[in-house]
Write a protein that binds this ligand. Sequence first.
Ligand code: FES
Length: 172
Amino acid sequence: MEQLYELFGTDRVEEFRAKLDELKNVPGSMISILNEAQEIFGYVPFEVQELISRETGVPLTEIFGIVTFYSRFSIIPAGKYKISLCLGTACYVKGSGQILEKLEEKLGIKEGNTTSDGMFSLSAARCLGACALAPVMMINGEVYGRLTPDSAVKVIEKIKQQDLSQAASEVE
Ligand code: FES
């Protein structure tokens, strides 16, 4: 428990505990509890799964099974830049599969993961609601359309550069 406070700070842990207390005796509320955890912590850490298990009496293995089954839950922290690449039909027919391959190669991770420096996480989406701009990806809410594998990589490189220069100017 202490570890949880150290990792996430009192406010977030208390906020989650309050939600958990509210929901833990409601039948069929496990998904809602996990949604709250995902929302508050940005992922569902192992320590939080343990807490849920202790409070609800649901075995840890069962909770782990649910978290890993649904793509909306993640067991790893999201990156600073969250890339969501659309693999919906309109984007897929225009080559988003190749863009995914290229991004995975560039970032050195598979879809559903976060780079080891915590900068980028890469996930696939079904439709981002911008089919006219297919193929599309979204990074922290910003839409990038009519992509090619190379232009998608350029977007990533530009973000990296901007992030570096922003960090440098903060140090100055
Ligand atoms: S299918 Fe990609 S935005 Fe709709």
